[in-house]
Design a protein around this ligand. Structure first.
Ligand SMILES: C[S@@+](CC[C@H](N)C(=O)[O-])C[C@H]1O[C@@H](n2cnc3c(N)ncnc32)[C@H](O)[C@@H]1O
Length: 181
């Protein structure tokens, strides 16, 4: 695994696409993932893998026979994620989340967990992500997003009928968790 310092430098160097200067704290990851019940979930998608802080939490919780697809556009992050998660049921996809549908083979997803910097993503691409995510999730499935702005809730409201928001103060900066279905 690449040194955390190297990954943080990469994060800051690409702030216009990463949207952050630090990775998610363990406390935020635990709180985010507490809104997902992984038991019985077989097809999981993560958007914005980064340093793998959320990926690690998912891998620790998911069923051994579940499949996890992780989308990430930053090549160095993808390479580090591939090394950190060599298991067959974790696939690192070095492509934008707006191409989600191309990797699903028409299969429905049980849950999507995202740390994408949606406010920085261009409107067209962002709307593709919302639309394709909504279409990809099965009837009972959830989309869980972490974000710094509560206002993102209103964008999700265009695609998801039910949105609950929570705040994690044990992260820098404090972060909202939107649970959408
Ligand atoms: C705020 S960082 C979060 C990283 C890590 N998951 C965490 O929680 O600390 C957002 C990540 O999303 C990635 N990203 C940005 N736009 C993306 C896109 N369109 N598709 C996939 N990944 C994207 C960035 O490269 C970055 O690694």
């Amino acid at each position: 695994m690449k040194n955390k310092g190297v990954l943080i430098k990469e994060l800051c160097k690409n702030i216009s696409t990463t949207g952050a200067i630090t990775f998610s704290s363990t406390s935020l990851v635990n709180k985010m993932l507490s809104y997902a019940n992984f038991e019985g979930l077989k097809f999981i998608v993560e958007l914005g893998g980064g340093d793998g802080s959320i990926t690690k939490g998912i891998v620790e919780r998911m069923d051994p026979d579940a499949l996890l697809l992780v989308f990430e556009i930053n090549k160095p992050f993808c390479e580090a994620l591939e090394k950190q998660f060599p298991q067959d049921n974790v696939k690192i996809i070095c492509d934008s989340a707006e191409n989600l549908d191309k990797y699903l083979n028409g299969q429905k997803v049980d849950i999507i967990l995202s740390s994408l910097p949606l406010t920085l993503i261009k409107k067209d691409a962002r709307e593709e992500i919302y639309k394709k995510s909504k279409n990809a999730i099965n009837g009972q499935g959830k989309f869980i997003q972490i974000c710094y702005s509560y206002l993102l809730k209103y964008q999700f409201a265009g695609y998801f009928g039910n949105i609950k928001s929570y705040l994690s103060v044990k992260n820098f900066p404090p972060t909202f968790i939107l649970v959408c279905n």
